[in-house]
Design a protein around this ligand. Structure first.
Ligand SMILES: Nc1ncnc2c1ncn2[C@@H]1O[C@H](COP(=O)(O)OP(=O)(O)OP(=O)(O)O)[C@@H](O)[C@H]1O
Ligand SMILES: [Mg+2]
Length: 367
């Protein structure tokens, strides 16, 4: 393996998702600048404070306690799940629970094996290395990581061509915590080297209510149970979105309602920000509306649908559709996008009675 092997430094894992859910989108699952600042303050610092994900928490608790009891470093941990579910938070908790320092880096920052070797060789004994977006690391770095994870050793190549020699370098024991939003893109040899894999799930509304109460307390806000429930219901199963909506409702409450948040205030505030009862925003609803009103519920091709809402194809596909599909409002079929009965109900529209319609194509449901 060559340290400065830039020629084969193609990022692993194929095409990357476009970073399309821009900061102006209140329900975007990714973090913007303001989020990042507030998130640091709202992050739970221990497993006990971490809300929900019961199974992951219980399993992780055992892994960490057992390692502590053995006086060893914990096994490598892989955290996978959608943006905003708590992967970064959990990685910091792992370090805190182990009483170990944490080094934070990410796949895209490691394009050459040498970048990784430099980090690995400077780790302290027992340190937690958090590798965010691990599916976006380059191939050569990935291969170096295999050996580091398994044998706590890397081979440093000095020189080039036939005269190159490999100098083995011992590493201190460390715990790798990898995070990925796309576990499917991880090569199996990498996935297999993690001793514990946690698949983070979307949160239940009651769990999000607890997140909201906790954050409200930290932000010194007054909110009642119904107010928290109203925000939780619109948060798309994602704590990051719950915290963001809470902050917008706070703004509204401070200006219009002396700071106090109840169900009415939360509902009216989120109406102002165009986030509906189910968490759909303007773009989501525009897509559904076009699908239902212009195309009779589909099937319609993605490009046509995108033109109808005046957006890029990628925006509709990567920003609006994942949540609509998850909510069972829209289906992607080989013949195109199709609205489900739930979509008609959500927008308060009546599906057309089945007849050889304008598109001349039978619908998906009942066809
Ligand atoms: N279980 C939880 N309990 C309380 N708050 C949480 C929980 N999970 C996440 N949060 C909050 O949600 C925010 C986002 O979490 P985090 O940054 O860990 O998500 P992530 O999975 O790393 O997202 P990304 O994939 O975008 O990096 C944090 O500020 C944290 O306060
Ligand atoms: Mg993160």
């Amino acid at each position: 393996m060559n340290w400065d092997d830039s020629s084969s430094g193609t990022p692993g894992g194929g095409p990357q998702p476009a970073d399309a859910d821009g900061p102006d989108r209140l329900v975007a699952p990714s973090a913007d600048g303001e989020d990042q600042a507030v998130e640091a303050a709202l992050r739970p610092k221990s497993l006990d404070e971490f809300v929900g994900q019961e199974r992951v928490r219980e399993q992780l608790d055992l892994v960490l306690k057992a390692a502590l009891a053995r006086g060893a470093t914990a096994d490598h941990v892989l955290l996978s799940g959608a943006p905003g579910l708590g992967k970064t938070t959990l990685s910091m908790i792992i370090a805190a629970e182990m009483g170990a320092p944490i080094r934070i880096t990410s796949g895209p920052a490691i394009q050459h094996a040498g970048d990784l070797a430099a980090i690995l060789s400077s780790l302290q004994d027992g340190e937690v290395l958090f590798l965010d977006e691990i599916h976006r690391m380059s191939r050569p770095a990935e291969e170096m990581l295999y050996m580091a994870m398994e044998d706590f050793r890397v081979d440093v190549i000095v020189g080039k061509g036939p005269g190159a020699t490999a100098i083995p370098l011992e590493l201190p024991p460390f715990t790798l915590v990898g995070a990925t939003t796309r576990a499917g893109l991880l090569p199996p040899p990498l996935r297999d080297r993690f001793g514990f894999t946690a698949q983070m799930e979307f949160y239940e509304p009651v769990e999000l209510e607890r997140v909201i109460h906790r954050s409200a307390h930290l932000l010194d806000l007054e909110i009642d149970a119904d107010g928290a429930a109203e925000i939780a219901g619109r948060s798309r199963g994602t704590p990051r979105i719950a915290n963001r909506l809470l902050r917008r409702v706070r703004d509204y409450a401070q200006v219009k309602a002396e700071g106090y948040i109840n169900r009415d205030i939360a509902a009216v505030a989120l109406q102002v920000y165009e986030v509906d009862e189910r968490g759909l925003d303007r773009l989501d609803r525009a897509v559904l509306q076009a699908l239902l009103k212009l195309f009779g519920g589909g099937p319609v091709g993605l490009s046509t649908l995108a033109v109808a809402v005046g957006e890029e194809r990628e925006t509709v596909e990567e920003v609006a559709e994942p949540f609509l599909v998850r909510e069972g409002l829209l289906a992607r079929t080989p013949r195109g996008r199709v609205a489900t009965p739930a979509a008609w109900a959500h927008l308060g529209l009546t599906p057309p009675t089945r007849s050889p319609g304008a598109s001349g194509q039978p619908g998906l449901f009942g066809a």
